[in-house]
Design a protein. Sequence first.
Length: 310
Amino acid sequence: MLSAARPAGAGAEGQRCGLIAIVGKPNVGKSTLMNALVGQKVSITSRKAQTTRHRITGIRTRGQTQFVFVDTPGFQTKHSTALNKSLNKTVMGAIGDVDLILFVVEAGSFTLADAKVLSLFKPGIPTLLIANKLDTVHRRAEIAPWLKGMQERHPFAEFVPMSAKNRGDIERLFGICEKYLPEQPWWYAEDELTDRSEKFLASETVREKLFRFTGDELPYTSTVVIDKWDEEKSKQHKRFLRIAATIVVERDGHKAMVIGEKGERLKRISTEARQELEKLMDAKVFLEVWVKVRSGWADDEARVRSFGYE
């Protein structure tokens, strides 16, 4: 586990550090919340459900406390492919060994998908009910009976109505989470933001743009593999990265969709991904993106593993 892999340093007196899982059904705003808490983009966001596929750790150190956030894939109940089984295993693993769970739901709503996620929680781990997207609820009075109903479903430690886009709400959430974390030395350096490699963030960035430009037409089984990652010396630039990425799709029709008319869509995906990576990596980036068809990869356990899923 993460904590076991980190030797606890001497650490200053009074330091706190702990694992916080951000859990919820697909597309409820978990990644947006993670990025707001970390203060930088470490998890891809998209209106398309099921865009987060890995257990991404975001780290934020404030004052004496280090918050280590675990972003989980939205728990999938619709399809039982090898990919989804792997994703659901990731969720189960993430919530079993944390100090605090943030259960993210849309304020005023509770669906069967929410109930399935809630049923996974083990007793004994404090859980905060994060009523996200509060800005979309027009009459606050409607929230009271909903809150009462939620408390009957699970003994939540606290309710936190909020919008992940509101900075004041994010500040308040830090204050609430802090008291649930154990007193122990930090696991990471003060300025670290994620335990994921730049290569991983590059594949996620390309994947986010892919979903943004293909909308709901492209199945979420499409993935991105980084084939080449070279850092070269450059006289003009502090850093110069040469990256080659492959978008893997399941059908020829999907390939045509990603490429678009006269290659326009693939060009937009590549350009936007490159611009974002240049900002993230503080480097000049040369990015090539290809599209390949690998039919049935999401059902093939060996291939799911080879593409970097657990």
